[in-house]
Design a binder for this molecule. Structure first.
Ligand SMILES: C[S@@+](CC[C@H](N)C(=O)[O-])C[C@H]1O[C@@H](n2cnc3c(N)ncnc32)[C@H](O)[C@@H]1O
Length: 189
């Protein structure tokens, strides 16, 4: 299962080492926004959540702070982004106290943690993913979610063009996201 960006030449440009994986304008706001959507969907401190494509922990930072110790799980195949999130963005004392777990598999395989999850989060992932990859994520959700589990995802039609413009320009930020983001709640059952 390739990276969600590998289907097109434009997408491959977003995999450059110096591209952090998201527009940096409104970085904090966009992370907190994901936490607030999850709270509205019923996230509790003792909920178990897996963040598929967690990147540099843009939402993960807030989620790890909110969730109880051992309740946050992240999957991110781009090791540089994950290291930036864990070693630079997250405070060392929070890392130690909250014990988040991570995996770098590119197969959307949430079974690697051996857990059942109350929440799946895939923000700014389906926008770039193929139908087959989305199907794989939903299969993982059905297999590894608790009864009544919730999958929160976003889809933005214009995001690919914005990210590509940024990657081509080689500098950032070019623009903040202005396109609408759809949050879809999928309930297993
Ligand atoms: C647009 S970024 C979003 C990151 C994060 N969800 C956020 O909101 O900041 C997409 C992320 O998906 C990751 N990714 C690419 N292919 C993936 C795969 N096969 N499985 C999981 N994540 C993947 C990228 O490395 C990147 O960090």
């Amino acid at each position: 299962m390739p990276s969600i960006y590998e289907d097109t030449e434009e997408g491959r440009n977003t995999e450059r080492a110096d591209f952090p994986g998201f527009p940096s304008a409104d970085f904090e706001k966009a992370g907190r926004e994901q936490l607030s959507y999850l709270l509205l969907a019923g996230l509790n401190p003792d909920s178990r959540l897996v963040d598929v494509g967690c990147g540099v922990l843009r939402p993960g930072y807030w989620l790890i702070h909110f969730l109880d110790s051992g309740c946050y799980f992240g999957i991110e195949p781009h090791k540089g982004r994950l290291e930036m999130g864990v070693n630079i963005i997250l405070e060392p004392e929070v890392l130690k106290a909250k014990r988040p777990r991570f995996d770098t598999n590119p197969h959307f395989d949430t079974s690697v943690f051996g857990e059942k999850f109350d929440f799946f989060l895939a923000y700014s992932i389906w926008t770039h993913a193929s139908k087959r990859q989305i199907q794989t994520m939903l299969d993982s959700f059905l297999r590894d979610s608790t009864e009544g589990g919730i999958f929160l995802t976003s889809y933005c039609r214009q995001a690919v063009r914005i990210l590509t413009t940024w990657a081509m320009a080689g500098t950032g930020p070019v623009t903040s996201r202005t396109c609408p983001v759809a949050f879809i709640t999928v309930v297993a059952g």
